[in-house]
Design a protein around this ligand. Structure first.
Ligand SMILES: Cc1ncc(C[n+]2csc(CCOP(=O)(O)OP(=O)(O)O)c2C)c(N)n1
Length: 524
């Protein structure tokens, strides 16, 4: 049986794919292509409407698509090279799935007829994709690619956002296709039922202490305003998980308390709560299990109550609830009182947060992967200029810099501040090159403590007691010290080192007044 010939004059599968993605509103493709994706690259080249953004490691590609989606609510496409390319991007796909965000992964594979020969790059692509995807499909032939792409975008956009992975054997890209497919309708967010609202009304009227655990859209805009009114009327607390994908903070915003990280303090924090009303969140669970400590953080005697599931309209639910209880008085918003600058002296973690909060421009986006250094000083920015805070939500370190990159592509008019612990930065530092290539307005501040400090603290947390020098060497990332100025400059990003608060403040202030990528190594 002879092979069908490549498409010549007519549209090929790759073109039908790109045209379908563009028609469905996918405007950016974060990519790291190879031979099996070459026809996709050709189609990107010929067809208007999709911006290709090259990442030099797939963890940058998938993390950037996450950051883009967090800020736009829309899926970007990723282009990944067979199983190994996808595998390099898995950790940040895991993080994105935990947010969750809409994303369409296009993953090339060997041509169908080539797959039986166990060539070097042959692997089970779907097996790599499945655990990090809500939807996985491999196109059987070129003529089905357009329809599969439309279905992939639909799956990605269904509330609350899903990871859709479309696997394309190379021949489905180069053989003849018919035409692009039209966009498909998208599901949700589903309206919240009257009975769910009534349950929350009853819990609030019962009089015992009530707390709201908010996540997703509930941490922004109209939802936060409504939650603020409810809190003002009833005295209910507003809480969010220790790490959230995105929250609006700063002056003028309703203040949301952050759940403590460790199980003991988290249980104490919630103690006495009679009803925990969940809006787009699941009942709180400890980040890790510790010997003798609980996994579930809902305190004994407290009833979790779902006002809105993650795929439901949490904003509408909070507004309906506010109306039902007659909560019309605005909630107490944070004042505008940026943190004071630290006294000059050697750089401290508190000093970095103060300097960032002091000079933060209005409407900035903070990508926060500060791990142990930033955590205690998070409250300082409560009264900084209004901003969005994007945090590491899936626990797999190495997404702060890619998320900053994607957010900057999504919001070219907003300053992005990437507050970044050094160990986590090393996972995906190639993000800097993409920031330079695309001239993105990102200022990165590296917390150069030369350690996996959080892991040092965990030694006691897990009950290990003392640990000797061989064990300690697993947490020491100095010796040799990373030279962040050289690393950044080597990728085309202007950089300086700051060893005092005065130097850091001057460098950060200057970066806020300029456009384009900058890096400051803050030596702790
Ligand atoms: C993908 C992945 N690999 C490893 C870990 C384990 N881990 C958690 S924090 C951490 C070190 C973080 O160091 P750094 O970013 O410098 O922050 P610091 O602890 O110094 O605050 C490691 C290795 C992880 N969470 N995710």
């Amino acid at each position: 049986m002879h092979q069908p010939l490549p498409a010549t004059n007519s549209m090929n599968g790759a073109e039908s794919l790109v045209r379908t993605l563009v028609a469905s509103g996918v405007e950016v493709c974060f990519a790291n292509p190879g031979t099996s994706e070459m026809h996709f690259v050709g189609a990107l080249d010929r067809i208007e409407g999709m911006r290709p953004v090259l990442g030099l490691f797939e963890g940058v590609v998938t993390g950037a698509a996450d950051g883009y989606a967090r800020m736009t609510g829309k899926p970007a496409a990723t282009l990944l090279h067979l199983g190994p390319g996808l595998a390099n991007g898995l950790a940040n796909l895991h993080n994105a799935r935990k947010v969750p965000v809409p994303m369409v992964n296009i993953i090339g594979d060997h041509a169908s007829a080539h797959q039986g020969f166990d060539a070097p790059l042959t692997s089970d692509v779907a097996a790599f994709a499945r655990p990090v995807s809500h939807w996985v499909h491999s196109s059987p032939n070129a003529r089905s690619v357009a329809a599969d792409a439309a279905r992939a975008v639909q799956a990605a956009r269904n509330a609350p956002g899903q990871i859709a992975s479309l696997i394309l054997p190379a021949d489905t890209a180069w053989l003849a296709a018919d035409r692009p497919a039209a966009p498909l309708p998208v599901l949700g967010p589903a309206p919240v039922s009257d009975s769910a609202v009534a349950q929350s009304v009853a819990a609030l009227k019962a009089g015992g202490p009530v707390a709201f655990l908010l996540r997703g859209e509930a941490l922004r805009g109209r939802a936060l305003t409504a939650a603020g009114r409810i809190a003002a009327k009833t005295g209910a607390r507003l809480i969010c998980d220790t790490f959230v994908p995105r929250v609006e903070r700063g002056a003028g915003r309703i203040r949301v308390e952050r759940l403590p990280y460790r199980p003991g303090p988290a249980l104490e924090f919630l103690e006495g709560t009679q009803t925990l009303i969940l809006v787009g969140a699941q009942a709180p669970i400890a980040f890790f299990a510790y010997p003798g400590q609980p996994s579930e953080l809902t305190p004994p005697g407290c009833r979790p109550l779902v006002l809105a599931f993650p795929h439901e309209d949490g904003t509408g639910a909070l507004e309906a609830l506010a109306e039902a209880i007659g909560a019309t008085t605005p909630g107490k918003a944070s004042a505008h009182a940026p943190p004071a600058l630290p006294a000059d002296g050697p750089v401290t973690a508190e000093g970095i947060m103060r300097i960032a909060g002091h000079f933060l421009p209005e409407n900035a986006i903070i990508s926060d992967e500060t791990i142990s250094s930033g955590f205690p000083f998070y409250p300082l920015n409560e009264t900084a200029a209004p901003h969005d805070s994007l945090q590491l939500s899936g626990g797999a370190i190495g997404d702060g810099m890619p998320v900053a990159t994607g957010a900057a592509i999504a919001c070219p008019d907003r300053k992005v501040v990437s507050l970044q612990a050094d160990g986590s930065a090393m996972y995906t530092l190639q993000s800097l090159w993409t920031q330079a290539r695309e001239k993105l307005d990102v200022t990165t501040v590296i917390y150069a403590n030369r350690a996996y400090k959080v892991l040092m603290d965990e030694v006691a947390g897990v009950g290990l007691g003392r640990i000797g020098p061989r064990g300690q060497s697993m947490f020491d990332i100095g010796n040799p010290d990373l030279d962040w100025v050289k690393l950044a400059e080597g990728m085309g990003v202007e950089a300086v080192r700051a060893e005092s608060h005065a130097a850091l403040a001057a460098a950060f202030k200057a970066a806020m007044g300029q456009r384009g990528p900058r890096l400051i190594e803050a030596v702790l």
